[in-house]
Ligand binder design. Sequence first.
Ligand code: SAM
Length: 304
Amino acid sequence: MSEPTGAARRRGPFKVGDQVQLTDPKGRHYTFTLEAGKSFHTHKGAFPHDELIGAPEGTVVRTTGNVDYLALRPLLPDYVLSMPRGAAVVYPKDAGQILAMADIFPGARVVEAGVGSGSLSTFLLRAIGDQGMLHSYERREDFARIAQENVTRYFGGPHPAWRVTVGDLQDHLSDTEVDRVILDMLAPWECLDPVAKALVPGGILCAYVATTTQLARTVETIREHGAFNEPTAWETMVRTWHVEGLAVRPDHRMIGHTGFLLTARRLADGVVPPRRRRRPAPGAYGTDYTGPGAQSGGEGAEQG
Ligand SMILES: C[S@@+](CC[C@H](N)C(=O)[O-])C[C@H]1O[C@@H](n2cnc3c(N)ncnc32)[C@H](O)[C@@H]1O
């Protein structure tokens, strides 16, 4: 049985063409591609790539300036944070949430928009594997090209499960029988009709948005739409810790805000979503509310 795409590049001794991530004594990272006969230069001397070719991961190399560097392959989170960017990337902490909460499984048929720099595409392709299908839509050709270069470099060649279409998702989405749709774009609420058509009953729509106004509009429009169950919205905060002797405390700096996530499930055709039994918070749909459903008092305004 042949190995899954990209797996051979993730293990075994270092080979020509592998990416190597060096860590210096201060914990700083440097990434380069292994080439026979070349040298890696630092401000504290150099060492030949040949010293690493054939060596196991986790090897320490010493420069001519007597400084030791630890050599490992970059992990996917390292890779997406250091690769060339067109648009802002989905951070690893959110990619992990998307894979878990949107229930991405091997063989899944997934639609994604926009592609941006290809960070989320790479995570999705690893999770669905060669037997899955990822169809990614991106309105900007230059971003699609950057994403294709990043994803192809990561897997060491084209991924057999990946297709990219340049254009707006709402104008081009023609896939059917899709298990999951992941939207990372400015206006997910504009895409609900084609997304509902594409998704199988029980399928998951997952949206990643940067601001509270986008979050509110997306959730309210999903409620109004009728083809989905009640959306769930959340964000995650990851705080690293300093652990040294008796000095055990949260690190001073953290990634404060990336974005909000929401998921909703596609109902079977013709099914009317069960009435919400929970009363909306007082004033939630008061006279100041102007969002989707405002005329009728809003779907969410039903009384329990
Ligand atoms: C934040 S970036 C996506 C980042 C990407 N998920 C990643 O991890 O690298 C948002 C992208 O959505 C694209 N976009 C916005 N609206 C779109 C639409 N309706 N259809 C397709 N692409 C869209 C933008 O051009 C932009 O590249």
